[in-house]
Write a protein of this length. Structure first.
Length: 87
């Protein structure tokens, strides 16, 4: 689930705030300048969890496009750094 709020700061800059419930305990917050990202549905994000019997299951979560892009590129820097640690 996500919540989209729009507002203006100092009467000049239009902002968009999105709260995204990652789990029952965690909510991520994103604030961006209006038109800086697409809030239309993007690629679903794949979450892997385990149930009470330790069986892994996959869940697809629909997210706004800019959040989908954020999660898709989140580990690019870590992957790059790890590739240079073995050199």
């Amino acid at each position: 689930m996500h919540i989209i709020l729009k507002g203006t700061i100092r009467g000049e800059v239009n902002l968009v705030a999105i709260g995204y419930c990652y789990s029952c305990k965690t909510m991520l917050h994103f604030v961006l300048i209006e038109n800086a990202g697409n809030t239309e549905p993007g690629d679903p994000y794949e979450i892997k969890n385990t149930d009470s019997y330790d069986i892994i299951y996959t869940q697809h979560v629909n997210l706004p496009d800019f959040i989908s892009q954020f999660f898709a590129s989140l580990n690019v820097i870590d992957t790059h750094n790890q590739s240079h640690q073995d050199a």
